[in-house]
Structure formats: C-alpha cells, structure tokens
Design a protein around this ligand. Structure first.
Ligand SMILES: [Zn+2]
Length: 347
C-alpha cells in the first residue's frame, strides 16, 4: 500500500468536512476542536476498526491505535479495516497504513504492544479520551484505574453474540467501571467470541455509539449518555440502565488502583478466537532480530521485517516482537507454548 505523502495533498479541509460542519451539533468551531483533540483506541479488532475508521474520517487530529495481535483469516468476517493482504501483519500497523490513505490530515500512531500495568499510564497519559476496543476484562480494569487516576474520560464498549454494551466513564461525573463490576470476573465465566461467536453487525453499532459519545465529550456537550446501554441487534431489545456510584468503590472513591499495582511477571494467555498463545516476558527486553535470525535460520524458516520476526518450525509458528513479546501458533497448550518460547527465544 502506498501512503499519500503530505506534499501531494491538495485537499481542502473545509470541503472534506463540509457535511459535518453544516451539522448544528458540530459546526466550524466544533470541527476545529475535534481537529485539536487526541484520542487513543485500545484494541483494534471489530470495535476498534469501526471506531478508528469513524474518528479518522471525522478529522480527530491525533489518533493512537494500540493492539497486540496479528491479523488472522477469522478476523476478516467483522474487522473491517483489514483485508486478505493483511493476514499475518500486526493489526495496529495494518490499520494505520489503511487509515493514512483515508485521511492524511490526521496524525496516526500505531502501538504494537500488549497493554499492561507497566505501560497503560504512558499510553493514555497524553490523551483527551480513551476508547475501548478490547476483548478482555483485565485490560478494561487497567484502563479504568489509569483513567480515574489521571482524570481522563473513557468509553467502555463490548460485543459478543448478537448483543453489545457501552457506557461512558467520566471521572468525577459518572460512576466508574468498578462501580458496576467491583471485581475481575473469573476466567472462563463470561462468553467470548470464541465460545459464543459474534454477528458482524453488532460491533459496528456499539462502535458507532462509542464514536458519537466521544464526539459529544470532546465537544464538552452536556447531553452525553450517563447510562449503561445494552442492545441486542437480533431481537431489537434495548435497555438503558441507570448505574449508581458505589460509595465504597475501590477505584473512583478510595483511589486504590489495585490493577495498576499488579506485580511484574511473565504472563501467558490464550488469545481470544484463535489457537494462539501470547507470552509477555517480565521487565523490558530488547531483542536483536539480526542475531536471533542467525541463530534460528539453521533449524527453521525465519523472516523479519521492521516490527516482527517470524519463525516457523514443524507445525509451530512463533512471532516475536522487539520487546520480547511473542505470539505462538500451533502449541497444544500453555506449557508447550512456554517451552517453545524458552527453547527458541529464552525466558
Ligand atoms: Zn467506581
């Protein structure tokens, strides 16, 4: 894909945004405000693709896209920023390449990282708003802690099966995520796209709600939604639930940011909707692709690009990022994934 260079651009900004400038809800002043805004989207799957697409077209000045995964064939059914050419590429960079061709006016940054207690504050610290495109609760608890601590609004969104949910969390103005869910649900207790499937129309709806609420919040409108929204696109059941602040909330009342305090340790997780495992080593690791390639190429197939070293051996595929994080396909279980990592990269 050839990105459009700045010097070649002759696009007129007023013309580009003309249809939303005439909207009384936005206007010229609002458009300027949006262009001066900074937004981060955490997770660029089905929700994140639509949110990013909407926000870049709308003309948000700076958009950061954070995602740890690679594009897979089973993603294409619903993750509308990707096509068949992107399979095997990191989602954040594939999304960024596409979005730059859509609107070169917007500064877009790809962050190919797992969001953890170590990096979340840096990822959200310089942003006006955080949008949730993740597929897991742990990351949402981390976002909630970091956003309450740094007084940054965030928008929760989730979709699975034919149903989706969304809620705006504005520190000091609304209840927080832990007011609804005081503790992290047990592993395996919630349905996922893996176990229940997902219809591709529901993430698009929830992502559009998140986008619209983000615009209102960025424009300081008072009519942003203060309820938890639950919508089933198959049955058209819609609920708008009034959530009360929990007066003993660990996060927004006591400011006890337990998730940010998580101890550093090597983590291994099974990735939602795939047969991949992700291993994130403790501490910071800078891997030399050149050296590792030399070590591995005598025993298997190795390729490297700017962000990824791909190593294939037997039925396994090991994708390694420069910070040491790896996504391993073909391993039967966590133990095998961990031993492959230890054997070929070293723990
Ligand atoms: Zn709370």
């Amino acid at each position: 894909m050839i990105p459009i260079e700045k010097k070649d651009r002759i696009y007129d900004r007023d013309e580009r945004y003309s249809r939303q400038i005439i909207l009384k809800e936005i206007g010229k002043k609002g458009q300027r405000k949006l262009f001066n805004s900074r937004v981060v989207i955490i997770g660029c799957g089905a929700l994140g693709s639509t949110i990013a697409n909407n926000l870049v077209r709308i003309g948000i000045g700076f958009v950061r896209i954070v995602d740890r995964d690679l594009v897979e064939l089973s993603n294409l059914q619903r993750q509308n920023l990707y096509d068949e050419r992107d399979i095997g590429l990191p989602k954040a960079s594939a999304a960024t390449d596409k979005l730059r061709c859509i609107n070169a006016d917007v500064e877009i940054e790809a962050v190919i990282e797992d969001v953890t207690a170590k990096n979340i504050e840096k990822i959200i610290g310089d942003m006006d708003i955080v949008l949730d495109g993740t597929d897991n609760m742990l990351t949402r608890f981390l976002i909630n802690d970091a956003c309450i601590k740094h007084d940054i609004p965030w928008i929760y969104g989730g979709a699975v099966g034919t149903q989706g949910m969304s809620m705006n969390i504005l520190p000091g103005k609304t209840p927080c995520f832990r007011c609804i869910l005081p503790n992290l649900p047990k592993a395996g207790s919630l349905p996922t796209c893996d176990t229940l499937g997902v219809l591709n129309s529901i993430p698009t709806v929830i992502a559009s709600i998140e986008t619209t609420e983000a615009i209102k919040i960025l424009l300081d409108k008072n009519n942003f939604n203060r309820h938890l929204i639950v919508y089933d696109i198959w049955t058209h059941e819609f609920h708008s639930i009034n959530i009360k602040k929990n007066e003993s909330c660990e996060c927004c009342v006591k400011h006890n940011f337990q998730f940010l305090k998580s101890e550093l340790k090597t983590s291994i997780i099974k990735l939602c909707g795939t047969d991949g495992f992700q291993i994130t080593p403790a501490g910071s690791n800078k891997i030399s692709f050149k050296e590792l390639k030399q070590e591995l190429e005598s025993i298997g197939e190795v390729s490297i690009d700017e962000v990824l070293l791909k190593f294939k051996i037997k039925n396994y595929e090991i994708n390694i990022f420069r910070n040491g994080r790896a996504i391993i396909y073909g391993a039967e279980d966590e133990k095998t994934a961990k031993s492959l990592y230890a054997r070929y990269i070293g723990l």
